[in-house]
Design a binder for this molecule. Structure first.
Ligand code: FMN
Length: 390
């Protein structure tokens, strides 16, 4: 519930993608947010006001005459911790970029006074037109947050840029608009996922890590203002919005990329579940079934965390993870010391491939903070806030 007790105002405009706002509202609520909706009059041609009224159990305003006082464009602007216009039509983008406030939604936008999240959705030619480009550039220059649309097949039948960004990416931008910037001007390097050690073209040794915790840490570090590089072994997860992603497969590849990017990093978070061993040999052809059981001999992989601890600069902050089946705290403390880390996050093995995380933050002075069980995004926030809030 990373958005627990946060108030989010969703603005819906007259785009064919307006139906996706229903999903956005539900997803924000599932993350704990209190949501209100305002619409442009033309948005009501696309989705019924009643849908949003039922989803939010609150008034949905598209005109002053529907409000109790007529001053709701001010009170709703004050109420919101985040204002996200999704989908944002070319027309509403143009109006807000020009200070036009001729309907309830554009008036809230003018009265809001903080960065607004815009998620544009429109036909490619409308999106790439000089007018829209200039309007978006203006909004960006003023500090507003633009969630770039994706490329793909559009409702008008054309292919190209203009498809509304995913709900997940829009919510990341909402979080960015709300969270304090503890990590401003910091370069953060995160590793995630389970490396794969192939012994023929399609078979490999790996482990049960889903990558969820590492992806959450990368995403939350971005929302806290960091410049993030995520080095990831293969996962089924969507790449986090706002984060530079470098894909790798094996531990050796991950080692190379991490060491290459280490000098630039202020903070390194080593969450990947790296295979300790790899097959001694690799067959370029698929191994055939035979009467004898095949034997795969293993040899050690490079120890990335150890290398980071050795090559680190003094002022870098290095955070490791330790998944242990027994003597969790004791073993994690040993790892923290032997690998020359600043912090280690210790957890049991049961957090693997699970949506929730619980564990302990241990620092180099021996202090321990318990991380209660919570979803992985909230846990990532808890960890980064505990370590970096000053
Ligand atoms: C079927 C249909 C689909 C439309 N889809 C979009 C769209 O995806 N994006 C957009 O910017 N405008 C779209 N428009 C045009 C807008 O609805 C129109 O510019 C309207 O004035 C927007 O008003 P608003 O910004 O106040 O909501 C569409 C119009 C129609 C009839």
């Amino acid at each position: 519930m990373i958005l627990k007790s946060k108030k989010v105002l969703v603005g819906v405009t007259g785009s064919i993608a307006a139906y996706k706002s229903c999903e956005l509202v539900r997803s924000l609520q599932k993350k704990g947010a209190q949501v209100r909706v305002c619409m442009t009059p033309s948005a009501k041609e696309f989705v019924g006001e009643l849908t949003f009224r039922a989803l939010t159990e609150d008034d949905v305003l598209s005109s002053w005459k529907d409000g109790k006082t007529g001053l709701e464009h001010i009170s709703w602007a004050r109420w919101a911790d985040s204002f996200v216009i999704a989908p944002a039509s070319a027309n509403t983008i143009a109006k807000t970029a020009s200070g036009i406030a001729d309907n309830f939604l554009t008036s809230v936008a003018l009265a809001y006074g903080k960065p607004i999240v815009f998620a544009p959705a429109m036909n490619t030619k409308m999106y790439t037109s000089n007018q829209t480009r200039q309007n978006i550039d203006k909004l960006k220059k003023w500090g507003n947050i633009i969630v770039n649309p994706e490329e793909g097949e559009l409702a008008c039948g054309e292919e190209g840029e203009g498809k509304l960004a995913s709900v997940e990416d829009i919510i990341t931008a909402v979080m960015y608009s709300i969270f304090p910037k503890y990590l401003k001007n910091k370069k953060v390097l995160v590793t995630a996922g389970a490396t794969r050690e192939f012994f023929d073209p399609i078979r490999y040794i790996s482990n049960a890590s889903s990558g969820q915790m590492g992806y959450s840490l990368a995403k939350i570090a971005y929302t806290l203002g960091a410049d993030v590089i995520l080095v990831t072994a293969p996962t089924c997860l969507k790449k986090p919005y706002g984060v530079k992603v470098i894909d790798v497969v094996s531990a050796e590849e991950m080692y190379r990329v991490v060491i290459e990017n280490l000098p630039e990093a202020d903070i390194v978070i080593m969450n990947a579940a790296v295979a300790d061993f790899k097959p001694e040999s690799y067959s370029t052809q698929k191994l055939k079934k035979s009467k004898e059981n095949p034997v795969v001999n293993l040899k050690p992989n490079p120890d990335i965390l150890k290398a980071v601890g050795e090559k680190r600069k003094k002022d870098q902050i290095i955070i490791g993870f330790a998944a242990e089946s027994e003597n969790i705290i004791e073993n994690a403390r040993g790892k923290l010391k032997s690998k020359n880390l600043d912090y280690i996050i210790a957890n049991k093995l049961d957090v693997f491939s699970k949506d929730t995380h619980r564990g302990w933050i241990i620092d180099k002075n021996g202090n321990i903070t318990e991380i209660p069980e919570m979803d992985k995004e909230s846990s990532a926030f808890f960890i980064l806030e505990k370590i970096f809030k000053r």
